[in-house]
Write a protein that binds this ligand. Structure first.
Ligand code: NAD
Length: 477
Protein backbone atom coordinates (compact mmCIF):
# COMPACT_ATOMS: atom_id res chain seq x y z
CA UNK A 1 0.00 0.00 0.00
CA UNK A 2 1.29 3.44 -0.96
CA UNK A 3 1.93 5.96 1.80
CA UNK A 4 1.03 9.34 0.33
CA UNK A 5 0.39 11.48 3.37
CA UNK A 6 2.50 14.47 2.42
CA UNK A 7 1.36 17.70 0.80
CA UNK A 8 3.23 19.84 -1.72
CA UNK A 9 3.61 23.32 -0.25
CA UNK A 10 6.06 26.08 -1.14
CA UNK A 11 8.06 23.87 -3.46
CA UNK A 12 8.58 20.99 -1.01
CA UNK A 13 6.88 17.81 0.15
CA UNK A 14 5.82 18.39 3.74
CA UNK A 15 4.14 16.38 6.48
CA UNK A 16 0.61 17.42 7.38
CA UNK A 17 0.22 19.64 10.43
CA UNK A 18 -3.29 18.41 11.23
CA UNK A 19 -3.68 15.31 9.06
CA UNK A 20 -6.29 12.59 9.30
CA UNK A 21 -5.70 9.33 7.44
CA UNK A 22 -7.93 8.54 4.48
CA UNK A 23 -7.78 5.33 2.44
CA UNK A 24 -7.84 5.36 -1.34
CA UNK A 25 -9.89 2.38 -2.52
CA UNK A 26 -9.38 0.64 -5.86
CA UNK A 27 -12.99 0.35 -7.13
CA UNK A 28 -12.15 -2.73 -9.20
CA UNK A 29 -11.04 -4.74 -6.17
CA UNK A 30 -12.45 -2.82 -3.19
CA UNK A 31 -8.93 -3.00 -1.75
CA UNK A 32 -7.01 -0.12 -0.22
CA UNK A 33 -4.24 0.98 -2.57
CA UNK A 34 -2.96 4.02 -0.74
CA UNK A 35 -3.38 6.15 2.32
CA UNK A 36 -3.43 9.92 2.10
CA UNK A 37 -3.91 12.62 4.66
CA UNK A 38 -6.88 14.94 4.87
CA UNK A 39 -5.45 18.27 5.89
CA UNK A 40 -6.82 20.72 8.43
CA UNK A 41 -6.98 24.50 8.76
CA UNK A 42 -3.26 24.85 9.52
CA UNK A 43 -2.35 22.96 6.34
CA UNK A 44 -4.73 25.06 4.25
CA UNK A 45 -3.30 28.22 5.79
CA UNK A 46 0.27 27.15 5.06
CA UNK A 47 -0.55 26.44 1.41
CA UNK A 48 -2.48 29.69 0.95
CA UNK A 49 0.34 31.65 2.62
CA UNK A 50 2.87 30.10 0.23
CA UNK A 51 0.70 30.96 -2.77
CA UNK A 52 0.18 34.50 -1.50
CA UNK A 53 3.91 35.02 -0.95
CA UNK A 54 4.74 33.70 -4.43
CA UNK A 55 2.18 35.86 -6.22
CA UNK A 56 4.06 39.19 -6.53
CA UNK A 57 7.09 37.62 -8.19
CA UNK A 58 5.19 35.16 -10.39
CA UNK A 59 2.65 37.68 -11.61
CA UNK A 60 5.39 40.16 -12.56
CA UNK A 61 7.32 37.70 -14.70
CA UNK A 62 6.98 38.12 -18.46
CA UNK A 63 4.15 36.05 -19.92
CA UNK A 64 6.66 34.33 -22.21
CA UNK A 65 8.48 33.01 -19.16
CA UNK A 66 5.31 31.62 -17.64
CA UNK A 67 4.41 30.01 -20.97
CA UNK A 68 7.86 28.46 -20.99
CA UNK A 69 7.25 26.89 -17.56
CA UNK A 70 3.99 25.48 -18.89
CA UNK A 71 5.85 23.90 -21.79
CA UNK A 72 8.24 22.30 -19.31
CA UNK A 73 5.27 20.91 -17.38
CA UNK A 74 3.90 19.48 -20.64
CA UNK A 75 7.26 17.82 -21.33
CA UNK A 76 7.44 16.40 -17.82
CA UNK A 77 3.81 15.21 -18.13
CA UNK A 78 4.77 13.28 -21.27
CA UNK A 79 7.47 11.35 -19.38
CA UNK A 80 4.96 10.21 -16.72
CA UNK A 81 2.08 9.08 -18.91
CA UNK A 82 2.24 5.42 -17.92
CA UNK A 83 2.44 6.25 -14.20
CA UNK A 84 -0.45 8.66 -14.61
CA UNK A 85 -2.60 6.07 -16.38
CA UNK A 86 -1.90 3.54 -13.60
CA UNK A 87 -2.77 6.07 -10.91
CA UNK A 88 -6.07 7.02 -12.54
CA UNK A 89 -7.02 3.38 -13.11
CA UNK A 90 -6.31 2.51 -9.50
CA UNK A 91 -8.05 5.49 -7.93
CA UNK A 92 -11.22 5.81 -10.02
CA UNK A 93 -11.45 2.62 -12.06
CA UNK A 94 -10.96 3.79 -15.66
CA UNK A 95 -9.71 0.75 -17.63
CA UNK A 96 -6.00 1.08 -18.26
CA UNK A 97 -6.21 1.49 -22.06
CA UNK A 98 -8.95 4.11 -21.74
CA UNK A 99 -7.02 5.75 -18.95
CA UNK A 100 -3.96 6.23 -21.16
CA UNK A 101 -5.75 7.07 -24.40
CA UNK A 102 -8.45 9.34 -22.97
CA UNK A 103 -7.94 10.31 -19.34
CA UNK A 104 -4.21 11.05 -19.53
CA UNK A 105 -4.41 12.42 -23.03
CA UNK A 106 -7.10 14.92 -22.00
CA UNK A 107 -4.56 16.73 -19.80
CA UNK A 108 -2.04 16.95 -22.62
CA UNK A 109 -4.69 18.11 -25.10
CA UNK A 110 -5.95 20.92 -22.90
CA UNK A 111 -2.46 22.17 -22.03
CA UNK A 112 -1.64 22.36 -25.74
CA UNK A 113 -4.86 24.29 -26.33
CA UNK A 114 -3.87 26.81 -23.65
CA UNK A 115 -0.36 27.21 -25.03
CA UNK A 116 -1.84 27.97 -28.43
CA UNK A 117 -4.34 30.43 -26.96
CA UNK A 118 -1.66 32.15 -24.87
CA UNK A 119 0.51 32.86 -27.90
CA UNK A 120 -2.17 35.05 -29.46
CA UNK A 121 -3.79 36.40 -26.32
CA UNK A 122 -4.47 40.14 -26.01
CA UNK A 123 -3.05 41.01 -22.58
CA UNK A 124 -3.33 44.71 -23.43
CA UNK A 125 -5.46 46.44 -25.99
CA UNK A 126 -6.86 49.76 -27.05
CA UNK A 127 -10.52 50.62 -27.08
CA UNK A 128 -12.01 51.23 -30.51
CA UNK A 129 -9.08 53.50 -31.40
CA UNK A 130 -9.96 56.04 -28.69
CA UNK A 131 -6.94 58.10 -27.65
CA UNK A 132 -5.67 57.31 -24.13
CA UNK A 133 -8.07 54.41 -23.57
CA UNK A 134 -6.33 51.17 -22.62
CA UNK A 135 -7.52 47.80 -21.37
CA UNK A 136 -5.05 45.81 -19.28
CA UNK A 137 -5.57 42.22 -18.18
CA UNK A 138 -3.81 40.80 -15.13
CA UNK A 139 -4.01 37.77 -12.84
CA UNK A 140 -6.73 37.68 -10.22
CA UNK A 141 -4.36 36.44 -7.48
CA UNK A 142 -4.42 33.29 -5.34
CA UNK A 143 -6.77 30.62 -6.67
CA UNK A 144 -8.24 27.71 -4.72
CA UNK A 145 -8.89 24.80 -7.10
CA UNK A 146 -11.29 22.04 -6.12
CA UNK A 147 -11.61 19.10 -8.51
CA UNK A 148 -13.69 15.89 -8.86
CA UNK A 149 -12.65 12.29 -9.40
CA UNK A 150 -14.26 11.42 -12.73
CA UNK A 151 -11.82 13.02 -15.22
CA UNK A 152 -9.03 13.92 -12.81
CA UNK A 153 -6.28 15.19 -15.14
CA UNK A 154 -8.76 16.76 -17.52
CA UNK A 155 -9.93 18.96 -14.67
CA UNK A 156 -6.53 19.65 -13.17
CA UNK A 157 -5.13 20.70 -16.57
CA UNK A 158 -8.15 22.91 -17.29
CA UNK A 159 -7.47 24.86 -14.11
CA UNK A 160 -3.73 24.85 -13.46
CA UNK A 161 -2.49 25.60 -17.00
CA UNK A 162 -4.48 28.80 -17.63
CA UNK A 163 -3.95 30.00 -14.05
CA UNK A 164 -0.18 29.54 -14.34
CA UNK A 165 -0.06 31.27 -17.70
CA UNK A 166 -2.26 34.11 -16.41
CA UNK A 167 0.18 34.72 -13.52
CA UNK A 168 -1.94 33.36 -10.68
CA UNK A 169 -0.63 31.22 -7.86
CA UNK A 170 -2.72 28.34 -6.59
CA UNK A 171 -3.70 25.71 -4.07
CA UNK A 172 -5.14 22.53 -5.58
CA UNK A 173 -7.41 20.32 -3.52
CA UNK A 174 -8.18 17.27 -5.63
CA UNK A 175 -10.98 14.83 -4.87
CA UNK A 176 -10.14 12.80 -1.78
CA UNK A 177 -11.49 9.78 -3.68
CA UNK A 178 -8.96 10.16 -6.52
CA UNK A 179 -5.94 12.05 -5.20
CA UNK A 180 -3.12 9.92 -6.61
CA UNK A 181 -3.10 11.47 -10.09
CA UNK A 182 -2.90 14.96 -8.61
CA UNK A 183 -0.07 13.97 -6.28
CA UNK A 184 1.75 12.75 -9.39
CA UNK A 185 0.91 16.04 -11.13
CA UNK A 186 2.59 17.88 -8.24
CA UNK A 187 5.71 15.78 -8.87
CA UNK A 188 5.51 16.84 -12.53
CA UNK A 189 5.24 20.52 -11.62
CA UNK A 190 8.18 20.09 -9.27
CA UNK A 191 10.26 18.37 -11.96
CA UNK A 192 9.48 21.25 -14.33
CA UNK A 193 11.16 23.61 -11.85
CA UNK A 194 8.16 25.88 -11.31
CA UNK A 195 9.15 28.40 -8.60
CA UNK A 196 8.23 27.53 -5.00
CA UNK A 197 4.76 28.57 -3.88
CA UNK A 198 3.26 29.01 -7.34
CA UNK A 199 1.58 25.60 -7.25
CA UNK A 200 0.60 23.96 -3.95
CA UNK A 201 -1.41 20.83 -3.22
CA UNK A 202 -3.26 19.98 -0.03
CA UNK A 203 -5.45 16.90 0.18
CA UNK A 204 -8.68 17.12 2.07
CA UNK A 205 -12.42 16.67 1.93
CA UNK A 206 -15.18 19.13 1.14
CA UNK A 207 -16.09 19.87 4.73
CA UNK A 208 -12.44 20.51 5.59
CA UNK A 209 -9.93 21.91 3.09
CA UNK A 210 -12.64 22.52 0.45
CA UNK A 211 -14.61 24.78 2.77
CA UNK A 212 -11.46 26.36 4.22
CA UNK A 213 -10.37 27.44 0.74
CA UNK A 214 -13.87 28.75 -0.04
CA UNK A 215 -13.98 31.04 3.00
CA UNK A 216 -10.30 31.98 3.13
CA UNK A 217 -9.74 35.76 2.99
CA UNK A 218 -6.43 35.34 1.14
CA UNK A 219 -7.97 33.25 -1.64
CA UNK A 220 -9.13 35.56 -4.44
CA UNK A 221 -10.96 32.97 -6.49
CA UNK A 222 -12.28 29.44 -6.23
CA UNK A 223 -12.33 27.42 -9.42
CA UNK A 224 -14.57 24.43 -8.81
CA UNK A 225 -15.61 21.38 -10.78
CA UNK A 226 -17.98 18.91 -9.20
CA UNK A 227 -21.56 18.44 -8.16
CA UNK A 228 -24.20 21.15 -8.21
CA UNK A 229 -24.71 20.46 -4.50
CA UNK A 230 -21.10 21.35 -3.65
CA UNK A 231 -21.13 24.27 -6.09
CA UNK A 232 -24.01 25.83 -4.17
CA UNK A 233 -22.24 25.28 -0.83
CA UNK A 234 -19.02 26.82 -2.15
CA UNK A 235 -20.88 29.84 -3.54
CA UNK A 236 -22.51 30.45 -0.16
CA UNK A 237 -19.25 29.98 1.70
CA UNK A 238 -17.39 32.29 -0.67
CA UNK A 239 -19.98 35.05 -0.41
CA UNK A 240 -18.62 36.70 2.73
CA UNK A 241 -15.28 37.40 1.07
CA UNK A 242 -16.87 38.19 -2.32
CA UNK A 243 -14.27 36.11 -4.11
CA UNK A 244 -14.84 35.07 -7.68
CA UNK A 245 -16.36 31.59 -7.94
CA UNK A 246 -16.13 29.72 -11.21
CA UNK A 247 -18.34 26.65 -11.37
CA UNK A 248 -18.35 23.59 -13.64
CA UNK A 249 -21.18 21.41 -12.38
CA UNK A 250 -23.41 18.52 -13.29
CA UNK A 251 -25.43 17.82 -16.42
CA UNK A 252 -28.28 15.81 -17.91
CA UNK A 253 -27.56 16.08 -21.62
CA UNK A 254 -30.27 15.44 -24.19
CA UNK A 255 -29.34 13.60 -27.37
CA UNK A 256 -31.99 14.41 -29.99
CA UNK A 257 -32.04 11.82 -32.76
CA UNK A 258 -34.12 12.69 -35.82
CA UNK A 259 -35.37 10.11 -38.29
CA UNK A 260 -32.99 11.51 -40.92
CA UNK A 261 -29.88 11.08 -38.73
CA UNK A 262 -27.00 8.93 -39.95
CA UNK A 263 -27.26 5.18 -39.44
CA UNK A 264 -24.78 5.11 -36.51
CA UNK A 265 -26.40 7.94 -34.53
CA UNK A 266 -28.12 5.80 -31.89
CA UNK A 267 -25.23 3.39 -31.35
CA UNK A 268 -22.82 6.31 -31.10
CA UNK A 269 -25.04 8.02 -28.53
CA UNK A 270 -25.40 4.87 -26.44
CA UNK A 271 -21.65 4.21 -26.48
CA UNK A 272 -20.99 7.79 -25.46
CA UNK A 273 -23.47 7.48 -22.60
CA UNK A 274 -21.70 4.38 -21.24
CA UNK A 275 -18.16 5.74 -21.73
CA UNK A 276 -16.23 6.21 -18.48
CA UNK A 277 -18.99 4.05 -16.95
CA UNK A 278 -21.41 6.95 -17.42
CA UNK A 279 -19.38 9.12 -15.08
CA UNK A 280 -19.09 12.22 -17.26
CA UNK A 281 -20.82 15.51 -16.65
CA UNK A 282 -21.52 15.85 -20.37
CA UNK A 283 -22.84 12.29 -20.89
CA UNK A 284 -25.81 12.16 -23.30
CA UNK A 285 -28.13 10.38 -20.89
CA UNK A 286 -31.53 11.46 -22.21
CA UNK A 287 -32.06 10.12 -25.71
CA UNK A 288 -35.03 11.68 -27.52
CA UNK A 289 -35.87 9.85 -30.73
CA UNK A 290 -38.21 10.97 -33.51
CA UNK A 291 -41.09 8.51 -33.55
CA UNK A 292 -40.52 6.84 -36.96
CA UNK A 293 -37.10 5.70 -35.75
CA UNK A 294 -38.02 5.03 -32.13
CA UNK A 295 -38.55 1.24 -31.99
CA UNK A 296 -35.41 0.58 -33.98
CA UNK A 297 -33.47 2.99 -31.74
CA UNK A 298 -34.52 1.14 -28.59
CA UNK A 299 -33.30 -2.13 -30.11
CA UNK A 300 -30.02 -0.63 -31.27
CA UNK A 301 -29.32 0.95 -27.87
CA UNK A 302 -30.13 -2.32 -26.08
CA UNK A 303 -27.68 -4.12 -28.34
CA UNK A 304 -24.93 -1.65 -27.49
CA UNK A 305 -25.65 -2.17 -23.77
CA UNK A 306 -25.45 -5.95 -24.24
CA UNK A 307 -22.18 -5.60 -26.15
CA UNK A 308 -20.60 -3.25 -23.62
CA UNK A 309 -18.19 -5.42 -21.66
CA UNK A 310 -17.59 -4.64 -18.01
CA UNK A 311 -14.29 -5.65 -16.40
CA UNK A 312 -11.64 -4.40 -14.02
CA UNK A 313 -9.56 -1.31 -14.66
CA UNK A 314 -6.47 -3.50 -14.75
CA UNK A 315 -7.63 -5.64 -17.69
CA UNK A 316 -6.57 -4.51 -21.14
CA UNK A 317 -9.22 -3.76 -23.73
CA UNK A 318 -12.09 -1.53 -24.66
CA UNK A 319 -14.49 -2.43 -21.84
CA UNK A 320 -15.88 -0.12 -19.18
CA UNK A 321 -14.74 -0.33 -15.57
CA UNK A 322 -16.47 -0.11 -12.21
CA UNK A 323 -18.21 2.90 -10.69
CA UNK A 324 -15.88 4.91 -8.50
CA UNK A 325 -17.09 3.98 -5.01
CA UNK A 326 -19.50 2.02 -2.86
CA UNK A 327 -21.52 5.20 -2.40
CA UNK A 328 -21.78 5.78 -6.13
CA UNK A 329 -22.70 2.10 -6.67
CA UNK A 330 -25.50 2.45 -4.13
CA UNK A 331 -26.75 5.66 -5.72
CA UNK A 332 -26.83 4.17 -9.22
CA UNK A 333 -28.62 1.03 -8.01
CA UNK A 334 -31.26 3.14 -6.28
CA UNK A 335 -31.85 5.24 -9.39
CA UNK A 336 -32.18 2.15 -11.61
CA UNK A 337 -34.72 0.79 -9.12
CA UNK A 338 -36.51 4.16 -9.15
CA UNK A 339 -36.88 3.84 -12.93
CA UNK A 340 -38.31 0.35 -12.60
CA UNK A 341 -40.66 1.46 -9.82
CA UNK A 342 -42.29 4.21 -11.89
CA UNK A 343 -42.83 1.90 -14.83
CA UNK A 344 -40.07 2.83 -17.24
CA UNK A 345 -39.53 -0.12 -19.59
CA UNK A 346 -36.26 -1.85 -18.71
CA UNK A 347 -34.93 -3.20 -22.00
CA UNK A 348 -31.40 -4.09 -20.91
CA UNK A 349 -29.34 -4.23 -17.71
CA UNK A 350 -30.95 -3.47 -14.36
CA UNK A 351 -29.91 -3.60 -10.73
CA UNK A 352 -27.03 -5.71 -9.43
CA UNK A 353 -23.61 -6.51 -10.81
CA UNK A 354 -22.96 -7.95 -14.27
CA UNK A 355 -22.65 -11.74 -14.35
CA UNK A 356 -19.30 -13.06 -13.15
CA UNK A 357 -18.32 -9.98 -11.15
CA UNK A 358 -18.79 -10.48 -7.43
CA UNK A 359 -16.40 -7.89 -6.15
CA UNK A 360 -15.84 -4.28 -7.19
CA UNK A 361 -18.38 -1.53 -7.80
CA UNK A 362 -19.54 -2.82 -11.18
CA UNK A 363 -22.91 -1.79 -12.58
CA UNK A 364 -24.82 -3.22 -15.54
CA UNK A 365 -25.08 -1.10 -18.69
CA UNK A 366 -28.76 -0.27 -18.58
CA UNK A 367 -31.32 1.03 -21.07
CA UNK A 368 -34.78 2.28 -20.20
CA UNK A 369 -37.37 2.99 -22.89
CA UNK A 370 -40.79 4.68 -22.83
CA UNK A 371 -39.69 7.10 -20.16
CA UNK A 372 -41.12 10.57 -19.73
CA UNK A 373 -39.31 13.71 -18.75
CA UNK A 374 -40.90 13.85 -15.28
CA UNK A 375 -39.30 10.60 -14.14
CA UNK A 376 -36.42 10.84 -11.69
CA UNK A 377 -34.16 8.97 -14.12
CA UNK A 378 -34.72 11.80 -16.64
CA UNK A 379 -34.25 14.61 -14.13
CA UNK A 380 -31.37 13.55 -11.87
CA UNK A 381 -27.79 13.08 -12.90
CA UNK A 382 -27.31 9.32 -12.40
CA UNK A 383 -23.55 9.21 -13.08
CA UNK A 384 -23.67 5.58 -14.08
CA UNK A 385 -24.08 3.58 -17.32
CA UNK A 386 -27.80 4.25 -17.65
CA UNK A 387 -29.50 5.50 -20.82
CA UNK A 388 -33.15 6.61 -20.91
CA UNK A 389 -35.02 6.83 -24.22
CA UNK A 390 -38.31 8.49 -25.13
CA UNK A 391 -40.05 9.35 -28.41
CA UNK A 392 -41.03 12.77 -29.78
CA UNK A 393 -43.08 13.94 -32.76
CA UNK A 394 -42.08 17.50 -33.65
CA UNK A 395 -39.00 19.74 -33.54
CA UNK A 396 -40.71 22.07 -31.05
CA UNK A 397 -41.54 19.19 -28.75
CA UNK A 398 -37.95 17.90 -28.84
CA UNK A 399 -36.60 21.35 -28.04
CA UNK A 400 -39.03 21.79 -25.17
CA UNK A 401 -38.17 18.42 -23.62
CA UNK A 402 -34.42 19.00 -24.03
CA UNK A 403 -34.65 22.39 -22.32
CA UNK A 404 -36.94 21.14 -19.56
CA UNK A 405 -34.17 20.53 -17.01
CA UNK A 406 -32.36 22.51 -14.36
CA UNK A 407 -29.09 21.68 -16.09
CA UNK A 408 -27.55 23.10 -19.26
CA UNK A 409 -24.14 21.61 -20.00
CA UNK A 410 -24.01 19.75 -23.33
CA UNK A 411 -26.86 18.80 -25.65
CA UNK A 412 -26.51 16.70 -28.78
CA UNK A 413 -28.41 16.73 -32.09
CA UNK A 414 -28.35 14.11 -34.85
CA UNK A 415 -29.91 15.08 -38.19
CA UNK A 416 -28.85 15.81 -41.76
CA UNK A 417 -31.04 18.90 -42.04
CA UNK A 418 -28.81 22.01 -41.88
CA UNK A 419 -31.62 24.46 -41.02
CA UNK A 420 -32.75 22.26 -38.17
CA UNK A 421 -29.21 21.83 -36.83
CA UNK A 422 -28.65 25.58 -36.75
CA UNK A 423 -32.02 26.18 -35.14
CA UNK A 424 -31.28 23.68 -32.37
CA UNK A 425 -27.74 25.00 -31.85
CA UNK A 426 -29.23 28.46 -31.31
CA UNK A 427 -32.13 27.47 -29.07
CA UNK A 428 -30.87 24.68 -26.83
CA UNK A 429 -30.22 26.17 -23.40
CA UNK A 430 -26.76 24.79 -22.75
CA UNK A 431 -23.17 25.94 -22.78
CA UNK A 432 -22.32 23.40 -25.49
CA UNK A 433 -24.11 21.74 -28.41
CA UNK A 434 -22.51 18.89 -30.33
CA UNK A 435 -23.99 17.68 -33.57
CA UNK A 436 -23.66 14.52 -35.66
CA UNK A 437 -20.89 13.06 -33.51
CA UNK A 438 -18.49 15.97 -33.95
CA UNK A 439 -16.36 17.09 -31.03
CA UNK A 440 -15.60 20.63 -30.03
CA UNK A 441 -12.34 22.12 -31.23
CA UNK A 442 -9.16 22.26 -29.15
CA UNK A 443 -9.28 25.46 -27.12
CA UNK A 444 -13.09 25.68 -27.35
CA UNK A 445 -14.81 26.87 -24.16
CA UNK A 446 -16.20 24.08 -21.94
CA UNK A 447 -18.93 25.04 -19.52
CA UNK A 448 -22.60 25.23 -18.76
CA UNK A 449 -25.55 27.45 -17.96
CA UNK A 450 -28.16 27.34 -15.18
CA UNK A 451 -27.34 24.64 -12.59
CA UNK A 452 -24.51 23.30 -14.73
CA UNK A 453 -22.47 26.31 -13.63
CA UNK A 454 -21.12 29.59 -14.92
CA UNK A 455 -17.49 28.92 -15.85
CA UNK A 456 -15.84 28.53 -19.24
CA UNK A 457 -12.71 26.40 -19.30
CA UNK A 458 -10.32 25.89 -22.21
CA UNK A 459 -8.40 28.11 -24.61
CA UNK A 460 -8.77 31.88 -24.53
CA UNK A 461 -11.92 31.73 -22.40
CA UNK A 462 -10.17 29.54 -19.86
CA UNK A 463 -7.34 32.05 -19.48
CA UNK A 464 -9.81 34.92 -19.09
CA UNK A 465 -11.42 33.14 -16.14
CA UNK A 466 -8.27 33.85 -14.12
CA UNK A 467 -7.84 37.50 -15.12
CA UNK A 468 -9.05 40.85 -13.88
CA UNK A 469 -9.74 43.54 -16.45
CA UNK A 470 -8.37 47.00 -15.74
CA UNK A 471 -9.72 49.97 -17.65
CA UNK A 472 -7.23 52.84 -18.00
CA UNK A 473 -7.84 56.38 -19.22
CA UNK A 474 -5.04 58.82 -20.08
CA UNK A 475 -2.68 56.11 -21.26
CA UNK A 476 0.32 57.87 -22.82
CA UNK A 477 0.34 56.96 -26.50
P1 NAD B 1 -18.38 16.48 -5.48
O1 NAD B 1 -19.05 17.78 -5.62
O2 NAD B 1 -18.85 15.54 -4.45
O3 NAD B 1 -16.83 16.70 -5.18
C1 NAD B 1 -16.03 17.48 -6.03
C2 NAD B 1 -14.95 18.14 -5.22
O4 NAD B 1 -15.56 19.08 -4.33
C3 NAD B 1 -14.15 17.20 -4.33
O5 NAD B 1 -12.82 17.63 -4.34
C4 NAD B 1 -14.79 17.38 -2.97
O6 NAD B 1 -13.92 17.11 -1.91
C5 NAD B 1 -15.15 18.84 -3.01
N1 NAD B 1 -16.27 19.25 -2.16
C6 NAD B 1 -17.37 18.54 -1.83
N2 NAD B 1 -18.17 19.28 -1.05
C7 NAD B 1 -17.57 20.49 -0.89
C8 NAD B 1 -17.89 21.66 -0.17
N3 NAD B 1 -19.02 21.77 0.53
N4 NAD B 1 -17.03 22.70 -0.21
C9 NAD B 1 -15.89 22.62 -0.94
N5 NAD B 1 -15.52 21.53 -1.61
C10 NAD B 1 -16.36 20.47 -1.60
O7 NAD B 1 -18.40 15.84 -6.94
P2 NAD B 1 -17.75 14.47 -7.41
O8 NAD B 1 -18.66 13.39 -6.95
O9 NAD B 1 -16.31 14.41 -7.06
O10 NAD B 1 -17.80 14.64 -9.00
C11 NAD B 1 -18.91 14.35 -9.73
C12 NAD B 1 -19.65 15.61 -10.09
O11 NAD B 1 -18.80 16.50 -10.82
C13 NAD B 1 -20.81 15.36 -11.02
O12 NAD B 1 -21.94 16.08 -10.62
C14 NAD B 1 -20.30 15.84 -12.36
O13 NAD B 1 -21.31 16.20 -13.26
C15 NAD B 1 -19.47 16.99 -11.97
N6 NAD B 1 -18.50 17.33 -13.03
C16 NAD B 1 -18.67 18.47 -13.76
C17 NAD B 1 -17.79 18.80 -14.77
C18 NAD B 1 -17.96 20.05 -15.58
O14 NAD B 1 -16.98 20.52 -16.15
N7 NAD B 1 -19.13 20.66 -15.66
C19 NAD B 1 -16.73 17.97 -15.05
C20 NAD B 1 -16.57 16.81 -14.29
C21 NAD B 1 -17.46 16.52 -13.28
Amino acid sequence: MLEKRQFYIDGAWVDPIQGTDCEVIDPSTEETVAVISLGGQADTNAAVAAAKAAFPNWSERPVAERIDYMRRILDAYATRQQDMAQAISAEMGAPIDFSLAEQVDAGDWHIRGFLEAAENFDWESGLNGQAGARILKGPIGVVGMITPWNWPMNQVALKTAPALIAGCTMVLKPSEIAPLSSLLFAEIVDAAGVPAGVFNLVNGDGAGVGTQLSVHPDVDMVSFTGSTRAGIAISKNAADTLKRVSLELGGKGANIVFADADSDAVQRGARHCFENTGQSCNAPTRMLVERPRYDQAVEEAAEIARDTKVATAHDRGGHIGPLVSALQFEKVQNLIQAGIDVGARLVEGGVGRPDGLNRGYFARPTVFADVNNDMTIMREEIFGPVLSIMPFDTDDEALEIANDTVYGLTNYVQSNNADRLQNFARHLRSGMVQMNGKGRGQGAPFGGVRQSGNGREGGVWGIEEFLEVKSVGGWPE
